[in-house]
Write a protein that binds this ligand. Structure first.
Ligand SMILES: Cc1cc2nc3c(=O)[nH]c(=O)nc-3n(C[C@H](O)[C@H](O)[C@H](O)COP(=O)(O)OP(=O)(O)OC[C@H]3O[C@@H](n4cnc5c(N)ncnc54)[C@H](O)[C@@H]3O)c2cc1C
Ligand code: SF4
Length: 591
């Protein structure tokens, strides 16, 4: 059956952080908004009740809270010319699903990106010139600066109740915070989390080495807090079942606890769940978006007309929906022409894995984002002259959630693999294992992109998204540099055994066991329609009533997690729609 729903002012596709943040702003401005979400409804009190024991097998191991690859996957290859194969199991690039998206089960590290991260081209050219760039690197500014976004970072933190210690307020450095952060207008809404023993050892060691440790800002609420929408949030209890789990304690900020209780009360908001959007429809001249087509849970085909179409389905599906809808020119890696799918980035990760002797690190007392970090080697915070790369990483002592099944493989090299010997090794290692992670920047390369797979199709017969990705030479050089820094700090911390790893030294594989959704690009914002799909307001250059929001807009990745930057750019775009577009519908940037 085909049916058409009544026309809305705005249709939003996807109801994660970006979709629900946008919906709250636009409904508050009086617009009639319909959100269409492929997953089911999720309610904190019933979906994640505190009375239910967390189950590590279904959470961390089977990852049942994520979009199952059997429902949707994508194909991956390392280089153009290779045949891409579909991923059958998610290890990294995991996708959210259901109302709340990945925001229900994220780890919660909640970063403002640095001024450099929003303007990498200008800053690199000013400091080093083009000679600093490895061959094929794509470097471009976003068209929106940190200063433009500061009020929106501020509001997102006040919606999320972010915990942390400010580093720079109104240009003045603050004790205990990150001295490299962009200047803020106010402190974090809630205080930083307590440090674990591993965090303390890291803070002491990095201070001795002359660096500046600070607590990682997090979505784990640091004290009782009433957020900007009037919703009460509770302090985190460090329960340890955080990333890949929902929080029934109202302590991990998510769309479900921070926004939806208010949004669902609004008569001008409707959410249609279990309905997957398969196409954005336009007028024949492709100058106006008219509606979206979706398939509901009964297999019926629905159409939602709207004056404004906002796509908020996360990086991979944002790109795929534009490609499936024939909107914009797909990127061609041979000619370098085209923009949709261009500038795809992941994250460059390095580690030092450590075993101590006779420590009590108590890894079970933890959260998803309980970490202490240094930014001395992040972004452009250090002189890269002669190093042969740009960027770096935030280096952090990261909790591992201390879950017993997940940690069971973490025994020193040479330990027995089973039986009494393994049990003894694990018993000792559990309290003595810790890691330092370098979460690195990533800059796009002309051979990293997304397009439609010519072979594999989804359940509706539509092509899967194909990812062509491998680490580039810039990633490999920066990854090794950061690995060595991690190892230096690990030794200073007094670890008995230290193993340094740079992931970029291996070819990229979707099966590498590291949970991350930190993929950016494909529908990037920018200053030039030849190198970006959308203008500085995340508004399509050719279709002014189409906005694609989320990390797909970012032409590069920072040495941070992306969600606070997603929140800030979403709020920035919402304000552009309510204050500029509604008064004068049409392009917000004219060339
Ligand atoms: C395990 C894990 C840990 C993470 N930890 C962190 C962290 O510590 N810090 C951080 O900053 N970020 C983290 N992230 C990333 C973070 O979760 C995302 O940046 C954030 O959730 C993105 O929000 P979004 O609204 O853009 O996308 P999503 O949360 O993915 O929401 C998109 C929504 O769109 C829906 N959708 C997709 N396609 C369609 C369609 N065709 N039709 C209808 N609906 C559709 C999806 O079901 C989903 O609900 C983590 C991610 C994962 C998976
Ligand atoms: S660690 Fe804190 S924020 Fe995370 S699930 Fe437990 S109580 Fe919630």
């Amino acid at each position: 059956m085909h049916y058409k729903r009544p026309k809305a002012d705005v249709v939003i596709v996807g109801l994660g952080w970006s979709g629900s943040t946008m919906a709250e702003e636009l409904t508050r401005a009086g617009l009639n908004v319909v959100a269409i979400e492929r997953g089911a409804w999720r309610e904190t009190s019933t979906s994640f009740p505190t009375t239910r024991n967390p189950d590590e097998l279904s959470g961390s191991i089977r990852k049942e809270i994520l979009q199952a690859p059997v429902t949707e996957t994508y194909t991956v290859r390392n280089k153009p010319g290779e045949t891409a194969l579909p991923l059958r199991k998610y290890h990294n690039l995991t996708l959210g699903n259901n109302v709340g998206g990945a925001g229900t089960h994220w780890a919660g590290a909640s970063w403002r990106w640095q001024p450099f991260d929003h303007q990498p081209y200008t800053r690199i050219m000013e400091r080093y010139g083009a000679k600093q760039l490895v061959d094929g690197l794509i470097l471009q500014d976003w068209g929106v600066t940190y200063d433009d976004l500061e009020p929106f970072y501020d509001r997102f933190e006040k919606i999320a109740g972010t915990s942390g210690t400010a580093g720079v307020i109104n240009g003045v450095k603050q004790p205990g915070g990150n001295p490299f952060e962009g200047s803020r207008t106010s402190p974090y809404p809630t205080p930083a989390l307590e440090r674990t023993r591993a965090n303390i050892l890291f803070a002491e060691a990095t201070t001795r080495l002359g660096y500046t440790p600070f607590p990682v800002p997090s979505a784990m609420i640091g004290a009782p807090y009433t957020n900007a929408l009037g919703i009460n949030l509770a302090p985190c209890t460090y329960c340890g079942y955080c990333q890949l789990y929902g929080c029934g304690n109202w302590s991990k900020s998510s769309p479900n606890i921070c926004i939806l209780p208010v949004l669902m009360q609004r008569p001008n908001f409707t959410v249609v769940t279990e309905s997957e959007v398969v196409r954005i429809n336009t007028t024949p001249d492709k100058k106006t978006a008219t509606s979206v087509t979706f398939v509901d849970s009964d297999g019926n085909i629905g159409e939602q007309p709207a004056d404004i179409v906002i796509v908020a389905t996360f990086t991979l599906d944002n790109t795929r929906l534009l490609l499936l809808s024939g909107i914009g020119t797909p990127y061609d890696a041979v000619s370098g022409e085209g923009v949709v799918g261009r500038a795809f980035t992941f994250q460059t990760l390095s580690w030092a894995f450590m075993f101590f002797e006779n420590e009590y690190l108590n890894p079970f007392m933890n959260t998803g984002a309980l970490a202490t970090q240094i930014d001395d080697f992040n972004g452009d915070n250090f002189d890269h002259t002669g190093l042969g790369f740009i960027g770096g990483a935030g280096i952090q002592s990261l909790c591992n959630q201390g879950l017993p099944i997940g940690m069971s493989g973490l025994v020193p090299e040479g330990s027995p693999k089973w039986g009494k010997g393994w049990k003894q090794a694990f018993q000792k290692a559990y309290q003595n294992y810790a890691q330092i992670q370098g979460q690195g920047t990533s800059f796009a390369h002309r051979e990293q992109f997304m397009d439609l797979d010519p072979t594999y199709k989804d359940k509706f017969g539509q092509p899967l998204l194909r990812i062509t990705y491998d680490y580039n030479e810039n990633d490999r050089r920066s990854g090794r540099f950061i690995r060595d820094k991690c190892a230096e700090i690990a030794k200073e911390m007094g670890a008995r055994e230290v193993t340094g790893v740079s992931l970029a030294d291996q070819p990229y594989s979707g099966y590498t066991p590291w949970d991350s959704s930190h993929v950016q690009g494909g529908v990037v914002m920018g200053e030039n329609p030849k190198t970006s799909v959308q203008n500085r307001y995340q508004q399509n250059w050719d279709i002014p009533n189409l906005f694609v929001i989320g990390a797909s807009s970012f032409p590069n990745n920072a040495g941070y997690n992306p969600t606070a930057a997603v929140g800030a750019t979403t709020l920035w775009t919402a304000k552009a729609i309510t204050d500029l577009y509604l008064k004068n519908p049409g392009p917000l940037v004219r060339l």
